[in-house]
Design a protein around this ligand. Sequence first.
Ligand code: ADP
Ligand code: ADP
Length: 200
Amino acid sequence: MQLEAKNLGFRYDRRQDWCMRNVHLSISSGEMVGLRGPSGAGKSTLARLLAGYLEPDEGVVLLDGTPLSLYKGYAPVQLVLQHPESAINPRWRMHKVLQEAGQHDAELLHSLGIEKSWLARRPGELSGGELQRFCVARALGAGTKFLIADEMTTMLDAVTQAQIWNAVKKMAVERELGILVISHEGSLLSQLCSRIIEWK
Ligand code: ADP
Ligand code: ADP
């Protein structure tokens, strides 16, 4: 499959400058692409556009030639952000979070370092790093074709970071996922990615 941004233009407010214009990007299944650039360049905005959280003002995001906005009911492009705390319903126990996402892959949960005893907890009873593992697991549910990782492991220690990326990489190979790794860490990108896009 192919996730393609064509001629993307976006502004948060009509009275303000364009946040981005004429942006083209293409990611294929099985490919891990890096994106790097200065703070404020528009990387997180692009991430939201690619995942369908925002609608572009110009251009289109296509999944195998079909506009992303036409995929109703399930989200083939998943986004994971830097901070997991606000991403998960604080009232739900983690087993329910995974169940809602159709995530029952015990091997993946294990390789992400998720312990069985955590499943009965709510988000407030987990550390940021523990919670982020669940965000990653949830994003890698059965319907997922592309993962957009926006500074996904930036706040984590090196060991946790390596563990999460090893798990994601393994899954990406097995299921031919396409992954966009947005990070300011050049070393992480060069370790993971076959192609790195430098933005502005
Ligand atoms: P990007 O938009 O490039 O993904 P972020 O949203 O991660 O960048 O961060 C935006 C700004 O907030 C950066 O200057 C970053 O250093 C800062 N920042 C992010 N997380 C924290 C934090 N937990 N504490 C303090 N500053 C942070
Ligand atoms: P990056 O991820 O590269 O740091 P962002 O996509 O976060 O860049 O931000 C790009 C520009 O859009 C910045 O000038 C930022 O201030 C602006 N911006 C981001 N989010 C919003 C928002 N919700 N409302 C208005 N402007 C925003």
